[in-house]
Design a protein around this ligand. Sequence first.
Ligand code: PFF
Length: 459
Amino acid sequence: MKDANSPHAAHEHQRDSFGSSFGVLVALAGSAVGLGNLWRFPYLVGENGGAAFILIYLGFVLLVGVPIMMSEFIIGRRSQANARGAFKKLAPGSLWFVSGTLAVLCCLLILSFYSVVGGWGIEYLFKAFRFDFTRGGDSAGLSTLFSDFASSTWRPLVCHTVFLLLSGLIVILGVKNGIEKFSKVMMPVLFLIIIVIAIRSLTLPGAGAGIDYLFHPDWSKVTANTYLAALGQAFFSLSLGSGMVITYGSYVSKKENITAISAKTAAADTLFALIAGCAIMPAVFAFGISPGEGPGLVFITLPHIFSQLPLGGFIAILFFVALLLAALTSSISLLEVIAAFCIEEFKMKRFWAVVLTLFVLWVLGCLCSLSQGVLADWKIFGRNFFDLFDFLSANVLMLLGGLVAVVFVGWKLGRTVIHDELTNSGTLKIPVWLLDTLLFLIRFLAPAAIAVIAIFQWV
Ligand code: PFF
């Protein structure tokens, strides 16, 4: 067996890497913080009864999400390879690598519809700059505006194309010069913007009802579906099971503390989701709107609020800038998983790997975009392309990828390797109780939680 840590393996090809600890953190947090926080989390909270959903979500992040993230980190950093190559290096001659191939497929599917929604964000930013939402638009009008736009043929396709090109430009520049530099500037800007919007929202008369909704649990609303939605959201929001943490982890130096980075990434992502909740829910309640509007929350309900809010025109611009930045820092991570796979498995140049990936994504994304309009009747297993890709990635492939990662690390690599990676070969001190707890979560709790949820979903 070729040792993944041997100098020979390290020099097989010149690998890019992150330049600093802060760079690693912002890149990982950039991947985690995305449409999942600004678009998916608020509407899931709204549909699932508020605070109780948030508490269940927090439990899943801590007990299941962080252990999976650490496992994927271990796989990536130990192998210094892309999502598929990582399994081939760590378990040569076995079939574990199939999981890596599925992770690449998962990223293709996610990015196909993610770039369509990112494109909608570009269109709405454009509208915000024209102060379209300050002209007293009523809710029904804004709803028609959104559905007319999303179901039309050309404009969403143009926006989708622009979004993909922007992501491609960053990834072509590489890990240190593209992804890390972009995330270092944009993540602080993103946090700043969402804090400003949250302050505006929290100081509205009547905002208290929204805070109550976010922080006082109503357990009577909790059903089995709440647990499914919360675990699915934890996976999506932390970018788990998609090969992202394996790929980014492979660019991380052997000196970084995996436990600390994983915990900080999960904390940043959760904090951002909560602040986004504070930016959105108090305003929703202050204007007496129902919080359970579903996926249209960001594109229909919020513009309605912006149209009535003092300084709403500027808040709208800030909000859609934030949405676009959040979407971009995540989409570059999805693109990097696929690009790294093409570069290392097929020995392609980064430029051509990104161009090829963008082309495939463009075609798949067109199908997703058109499935909101002219292709609405093209259904596979009762779902249009957009919903099918969303379902297959978030409800099937990510769960499977996360499950394989924890089982692989917990049972195949085992305690010694985990200890070695978490302590950086003995140079970092990690208390025995913490190691034992993590081992228990990785070996038993995380796989059991995923298996139960998967069985509920699929059976
Ligand atoms: N975590 C991202 C979000 O919340 O929007 C979505 C995502 C990015 C999922 C990257 C998976 C991934 F690999």
